[in-house]
Write a protein that binds this ligand. Structure first.
Ligand code: C5P
Length: 238
C-alpha cells in the first residue's frame, strides 16, 4: 500500500449506520428515521452530521429491504454514501453494513458504527472516541449513570435499588477493527444471542472496549417527545 493511501486509511474511517428499524415504539405511520427534524428527515440530519466530520471517510447505510423513503443520496460533504439491506435485528443490520464494506478496508482497519436515531452526536465526541479508541484497540461513547436505578416487578412496583457505581449507558458511535467486529457479531448470531450494541458482541468475544465519556445530549430518538428535544438540541448545536 502506498504511504499516502495508508495515511488516508489511518486518518479517516467508514461509518456503518443501521437505519433499518421500523420505529414501532414511536407509533407514527412513517418509520421514525424519516420523520422531519429541523426541516429534513431525521436520518439525513444524522448522516450530514457524520459526513461533515473530517475523520469520516464515507457512510454505509443499512436500510430495510422495503424502505420506500430513502431519498437516493449518493454523497454528502463530498463523502460517498452507500446503502445495503439491513436485517431483522439491529445487529443483523450492522453486520450487513460491515460485510458490504468488505474489499474497501482490511481486516485491521477501524470502522465506526452509529445509530441513525442519534442525530445530536457532537463532533468533538467523535474526535475523542477515534483518538482514544484507536489507542485502546476499540471503544464506545458512553455516559455514566447519574440516576438511582430501580428493579421493577411485573406489576411495575420497585422491589430493589441497584448499585449505580461503575454503570454506564452505551451510546454510539462505537469504534472497532472491522475483522474483529464481524467475527464477534457472527459468533453472537451463531449462538442465537441478540446483542443490542457492538460492544456487547466484543465483550462476549473477550475484548474490553474503552468507555469514552460522551455528551448526554447524544440521545436516541425513540418517542415523539425525543423528537422535540432533538430539535431543541440541534438548534443550540447540541
Ligand atoms: O430500535 P433501536 O432504537 O434500538 O434502533 C437503533 C438503531 O438501529 C436505529 O437507527 C434503527 O434504525 C436501527 N435498526 C436497524 N435494523 C433493525 C433494527 C434497528 O438498522 N432491524
Amino acid at each position: 500500500m502506498a504511504n499516502t493511501e495508508r495515511a488516508a486509511r489511518e486518518s479517516a474511517f467508514w461509518c456503518v449506520v443501521p437505519a433499518a428499524g421500523r420505529g414501532t415504539r414511536f407509533g407514527a405511520g412513517v418509520p421514525k428515521q424519516y420523520l422531519p427534524l429541523a426541516g429534513k428527515p431525521l436520518l439525513l440530519c444524522t448522516l450530514e452530521r457524520l459526513a461533515a466530520h473530517p475523520r469520516i471517510a464515507g457512510l454505509m447505510v443499512a436500510l430495510a429491504a422495503d424502505d420506500a423513503h430513502w431519498p437516493g443520496t449518493v454523497s454528502l460533504h463530498g463523502k460517498p454514501v452507500l446503502t445495503c439491506h439491513g436485517g431483522g435485528e439491529r445487529a443483523d443490520s450492522v453486520l450487513a453494513g460491515l460485510r458490504a464494506l468488505d474489499g474497501r478496508m482490511s481486516h485491521d482497519d477501524f470502522v465506526l458504527v452509529h445509530d441513525a436515531a442519534r442525530p445530536c452526536v457532537r463532533a468533538e465526541d467523535v474526535s475523542r472516541l477515534i483518538e482514544l479508541g484507536i489507542a485502546a484497540g476499540g471503544a464506545l461513547l458512553a455516559a455514566p449513570l447519574r440516576d438511582t436505578l430501580k428493579r421493577a416487578d411485573a406489576q411495575g412496583f420497585s422491589i430493589a435499588t441497584e448499585p449505580r457505581e461503575a454503570r454506564w449507558r452505551a451510546l454510539t458511535p462505537q469504534l472497532f477493527r472491522h475483522g474483529a467486529l464481524v467475527a464477534a457479531l457472527e459468533a453472537t448470531q451463531a449462538a442465537g444471542v441478540v446483542v443490542t450494541d457492538e460492544a456487547m458482541a466484543m465483550e462476549r468475544a473477550g475484548h474490553r472496549p474503552l468507555l469514552v465519556e460522551g455528551a448526554e445530549s447524544n440521545i436516541k430518538v425513540t418517542t415523539p417527545a425525543d423528537m422535540a428535544l432533538a430539535e431543541f438540541l440541534l438548534g443550540r448545536e447540541c
